[in-house]
Design a binder for this molecule. Structure first.
Ligand code: SF4
Length: 282
């Protein structure tokens, strides 16, 4: 039995078994990434799709994903690779891409406008060893590195990655403990601490997906944007916020898509405190 150090769950994993995220196992008494190098998706995406609005706009980034997740968002848009049965089956038959192969591919695609590697699609932190190995190689080649994350990891994991990551988009999915705990299966405090530390090391943008009836109150957006306004990147820049529209998906099909007017109204509230606010999926 070994304890995973990555997130607040601190799963105690039997030899050969999987942790809650389905992406970490115990081998020889140590917990490690079970899907190391297993690829669920690989694409040259516009950087704005991560979303990053203020990091090399107009460029492309080679985006790679794997399998599993340490949250349980019922509306997951990427459920086929995150925490569904389908995801587990897909992981079992996925191909492997070594960090060396990934870095070489990133270099080859430079001529198509690629600036580096983005670890995205599923939660990269649950296979942080792969992110670390590939990001180091990318930095050696002068490439940029991006991580798109739910920010649900202990700070030593962030400390290991931070020297090799140039930008992150981190979900700040809401601003109540109840929503994080009861709807997402997460821990808001862990995410706030992760964001607070991440902004000291690299460019960070945040994303809030607005779910009708869950996190769409004006008061919650006021509190959230007030908190974000207290963050500053090392160069003194304020942190951008993406306010995004929900569409019914996966286990959350009991409500309509977020009204576009609601997204615009909440973005306007965020702009009272923040310099850079963007709307998404509208
Ligand atoms: S990363 Fe996965 S295995 Fe580790 S504590 Fe979190 S859920 Fe458990």
């Amino acid at each position: 039995m070994a304890e995973c150090p990555v997130c607040f769950r601190h799963c105690k994993i039997e030899e050969g078994a999987l942790g809650f995220c389905g992406a970490r196992t115990a081998r020889n008494g140590r917990v490690e990434a079970y899907h190391y190098g297993k690829v669920s998706g690989l694409a040259l995406d516009p950087i704005e799709k991560k979303p990053l609005a203020r990091f090399f706009p107009g460029t492309y980034i080679l985006s790679v994903g794997s399998f599993g997740c340490n949250l349980r968002c019922p509306f997951c848009q990427n459920h086929s690779i995150s925490w569904s049965e389908e995801a587990r089956r897909a992981a079992a038959r996925a191909e492997t891409l070594s960090p060396e192969q990934l870095a070489a591919l990133a270099e080859q695609t430079r001529k198509r406008g690629n600036i580096g590697i983005a670890f995205t699609y599923n939660e990269p932190l649950i296979a942080y060893e792969y992110v670390l190995d590939a990001a180091k190689l990318a930095k050696d080649k002068g490439l940029k590195t991006v991580m798109v994350s739910n920010g649900t990891a202990e700070l030593p994991i962030l400390a290991a990655l931070a020297p090799y990551i140039d930008a992150m988009n981190i979900d700040l999915k809401g601003f109540t403990d109840r929503y994080y705990r009861e709807v997402l299966g997460g821990d808001r405090r862990m995410v706030l601490d992760f964001i607070t530390e991440a902004v000291k090391h690299c460019h960070v943008e945040l994303t809030t997906l607005i779910i009708p009836g869950e996190n769409d109150s004006e008061d919650e957006m006021r509190e959230l944007s007030e908190w974000v306004s207290g963050l500053r990147e090392p160069d003194g820049e304020s942190v951008p916020l993406h306010v995004s529209r929900f569409f019914p998906c996966f286990h959350m099909t009991d409500r309509a898509a977020t009204d576009v007017k609601t997204v615009y109204r909440l973005a306007a509230i965020a702009r009272e405190k923040l310099e850079y606010v963007y709307t998404g999926n509208c």
